[in-house]
Write a protein that binds this ligand. Structure first.
Ligand code: AMP
Ligand code: ZN
Length: 117
């Protein structure tokens, strides 16, 4: 845990969040400023600052996050593929639009129009 990291504090329950899913490796919760009718974040419990720090040893963790996304998207109200679907975004670094420096996967979906994207 990084004591200055807002998402580590969410994982630790020190900052409230609306939980979507939790297991031994990851935590998922609703984005506080949603861009789409469905918008949640999947984060590793491990503090990895961004995709730029991802190493081969994290492949299983990233695979777990990626394979959870479609299941949680349906659970949270996205319609099935191909009419429905969802978007996965991982902003990385300042020019990549990253604001919170704890790796997170945005999962967005639901009926259009969306606020952004
Ligand atoms: P990014 O720009 O990719 O770093 O996205 C960070 C996201 O975290 C934004 O969409 C924020 O709305 C979201 N966010 C920041 N603080 C919280 C929080 N306390 N609970 C839920 N989502 C948050
Ligand atoms: Zn963190």
């Amino acid at each position: 845990m990084n004591e200055h990291c807002i998402f580590c504090k969410i994982v630790a329950g020190q900052i409230p969040s609306r939980k979507v899913h939790e297991d031994e490796l990851v935590y998922a919760f609703h984005d506080i400023h949603p861009w789409a009718p469905v918008h949640f974040l999947i984060i590793p419990k491990l503090h990895i600052p961004s995709m730029a720090q991802v190493e081969p040893a994290h492949a299983g963790l990233l695979g777990h996050m990626t394979s959870l996304a479609p299941r949680l998207a349906l659970q949270e109200g996205c319609r099935p593929y191909p009419e429905g679907g969802f978007r996965i975004v991982i902003n990385t670094g300042a020019e990549g639009g990253q604001e919170v420096h704890h790796l997170h996967m945005h999962v967005m979906g639901g009926p259009r129009p969306w606020l952004k994207g």
